[in-house]
Write a protein that binds this ligand. Structure first.
Ligand SMILES: Cc1cc2nc3c(=O)[nH]c(=O)nc-3n(C[C@H](O)[C@H](O)[C@H](O)COP(=O)(O)OP(=O)(O)OC[C@H]3O[C@@H](n4cnc5c(N)ncnc54)[C@H](O)[C@@H]3O)c2cc1C
Length: 463
């Protein structure tokens, strides 16, 4: 007989496991079904292990700069296997932690592949056979996987997707990264810092194309300074694989050039995990591999919700988790607020880091806002100089009429930690007046957030 639950969550990524815990906190009887690893892509193959790798690269980079700090470090080196081992260990520790959290909250965890077989009915293929469960509400939180373009398919040896890059069979000497979104640029930054001769090919007119154009340009300058080759408005048309070499056919400016690499990382986006779930039979709409939902993550089919990556952009763990909480609260009869997409920060942990929230300057203009823009460079900040991190900038965009903080954009050390200050500001619907009134501690990098706001109104002190 089917086990009955109030809520069944399919997928235990940051969307699914957070929804399950919140549902259980609110007194619902909850099951969470996962076919691979608790914690999903984020903990096992995404956010966390990449940050562990990037931390190793950051420490290596600082060791190379030891002299700048009056220190000496000789015979600096690394062991890629140990770097990867640390990253895998961090991922495992956190995945185990999710298991403990689910248990502590009395969520029933079922390891297996789930299919929705009818209204409120889910069938799970486990290692021991098939289990049937039923529930009043079903949350689809099945996430996404790497997009594969014809001719650029990963093989795990010469051509990698993010999973291969996180557990690489070798350290690349000459690396091509296809795609300069967050995932591509983070891997480019990691391998380039460790000494790989790195080329990034981006089909759009600039790297990190979703960021403010000025931030993209600033970041690009730093990447080039670090030795990366950046090819914009360029497309990889074909990869010829022979022996231990890949010849990439790269089209740029109407011409095709061929360049040889020993490793290629394909980071050309992701596709939602919508197959095999029984969605078509249920009548759940799917548009270009993503489940179509409203602002409350409802699919239009009674009792079926979709959250996180499978429900579309932005493909971020914190968006998935927040949607998970919102849907669990909705199912429990509460009245949560829908998420405001423009108040979700995006962070890229390359060197230098990039972080942003809200509208870019160009988008704000396109939408017809009369704007005020403030900027402040890292070189004007005492803490940045003391840290030896003078490269970076903070940019803020305000609505000139209302003073609303429309967007904030940053590049430089630790900006992924700083951006949350502006996110809180946006959630509180703050204006320039409160931000200017706020006393920022000294000496901190956060003072630049204040100065950028002051600059938008012609009042910057330190620049
Ligand atoms: C290399 C990389 C780096 C990233 N870095 C960041 C970052 O720094 N910050 C950030 O915010 N985001 C980052 N992301 C994105 C982030 O990982 C995702 O946005 C996040 O994991 C989405 O969470 P989710 O719960 O929607 O899906 P997922 O984390 O993908 O979890 C879905 C889960 O569902 C399971 N599943 C699928 N189908 C079934 C089924 N039929 N039955 C049972 N289980 C199923 C899967 O096994 C998976 O565990 C990164 C992604 C990658 C690839």
């Amino acid at each position: 007989m089917a086990q009955n639950f109030d809520m069944v969550v399919i997928g235990a990524g940051p969307g699914g496991y957070v929804a399950a815990i919140r549902g259980a906190q609110l007194g619902l009887k909850v099951a969470c079904i996962e076919r691979e690893h608790l914690g999903g892509i984020c903990l096992n193959w995404g956010c966390i292990p990449t940050k562990a790798l990037l931390r190793s690269a950051e420490v290596f980079h600082l060791m190379e700069r030891a002299k700048d700090f009056g220190l000496s470090a000789e015979k600096i080196g690394y062991d890629i296997d140990k770097v990867v081992e640390r990253s895998r260990g961090v991922a495992k520790q956190l995945s185990n932690g999710v298991g403990h959290l689910l248990k502590k909250n009395k969520v029933t965890t079922i390891m297996g592949e789930a299919t929705v077989t009818g209204k409120g009915k889910v069938s799970v293929k486990t290692a021991k056979g098939t289990e049937e469960v039923s529930a009043g509400s079903i949350i689809i939180a099945t996430g996404a996987r790497a997009r594969e373009l014809p001719g650029l398919e990963p093989d795990g040896k010469l051509v990698w997707n993010y999973k291969h890059a996180l557990n690489p069979p070798h350290m690349p000497k000459k690396l091509l990264v296809i795609g300069s979104g967050a995932i591509g640029i983070e891997f480019a930054s990691f391998f380039n810092t460790l000494g790989a001769d790195t080329t990034v090919v981006e089909v759009m007119d600039r790297v990190l194309p979703v960021e403010d154009a000025e931030i993209s340009a600033f970041a690009k300058k730093q990447f080039v300074k670090q030795g990366m080759k950046i090819m914009e408005k360029a497309a990889v048309k074909k990869l010829d694989r022979a022996g231990n070499k890949v010849t990439a056919h790269i089209e740029t400016g109407g011409k095709v050039e061929t360049v040889e690499f020993d490793t290629v990382i394909s980071a050309v986006g992701i596709v939602g995990n919508v197959e095999g779930l029984g969605l078509e039979k249920l009548g759940v709409k799917v548009d270009r591999t993503h489940v179509v939902t409203d602002e409350y993550c409802r699919t239009g089919v009674d009792g079926v919700y979709a959250i996180g990556d499978v429900a579309g952009a932005p493909w971020l763990a914190h968006k998935a988790s927040h949607e998970g909480v919102m849907v669990a609260e909705l199912i429990a009869g509460q009245k949560p607020h829908p998420i405001k997409p423009n108040s979700i920060a995006g962070c890229t942990y390359c060197h230098p880091q990039v972080a942003s929230v809200g509208l870019t300057e160009a988008r704000a203009k396109e939408l017809g806002h009369d704007i005020k823009v403030g900027k402040f460079p890292f070189v004007g900040n005492g803490k940045a100089i003391a840290l030896g991190e003078p490269e970076g900038m903070v940019k803020t965009v305000f609505d000139a009429k209302t003073g609303e903080l429309l967007g904030a954009h940053m590049v430089g050390a630790e900006v992924t930690e700083l951006i949350q200050g502006y996110v809180v500001g946006r959630t509180l619907e703050t204006t320039e007046a409160e931000l200017m009134e706020t006393v920022f501690p000294h000496p901190t990098l956060s003072e630049m957030m204040h100065e950028s706001v002051l600059d938008a109104y012609g009042r910057a002190i330190h620049f």
